[in-house]
Design a protein around this ligand. Sequence first.
Ligand code: SF4
Ligand code: SF4
Length: 190
Amino acid sequence: MSSPIKETLWDPIAGFGVTFRTMFKKTVTEQYPFEKVPTAPRFHGRHQLNRWPDGLEKCIGCELCAWACPADAIYVEGASNTEGDRHSPGERYGRVYQINYLRCILCGLCIEACPTRALTMTNEYELADNNREALIYEKNDLLAPLLPGMVEPPHEMMISDDQHDYYRGKTLPIVEVSTGSAGENGEATA
Ligand code: SF4
Ligand code: SF4
């Protein structure tokens, strides 16, 4: 049990001592949202659905990401590519793709499950909104932007006639990317 003298005399001195010492330390407070500090390069933020260098989508609608998700945040409906309506190399593509950011915990298990590296995560973290509907991202919200040389699907395979060449990365030209969080072919790095 502390004495009344210690409480009245020493404790305030010790308390102000902490304040005094802290005054000379470097400020670590970030002035968000006025100043935005870059995240760590592999920070897990908003997802991105990537494209091949000709603009075709990498997603094949397999639903593995949805099955891997512990929060049941992903909804996928696959469909078949047909002559004149091709969205990805191979047989199937993701016709409907949704991520519910009210549920997503940004754990990254979905991107580990994806067999074509169609799904990666960007560094974007500003995912708040004032209504629930806006936080269910549709395929159009998640698709990577078209880079130079890419054409918006549907269209035929432009860099090879063989779907396996796409998957193995053969014959793919290197596409220069200017954004910081993206890698080859516009893929986010996480
Ligand atoms: S990051 Fe995790 S919680 Fe979010 S969609 Fe992917 S698997 Fe689900
Ligand atoms: S994002 Fe990947 S795992 Fe998910 S449906 Fe598309 S190809 Fe399959």
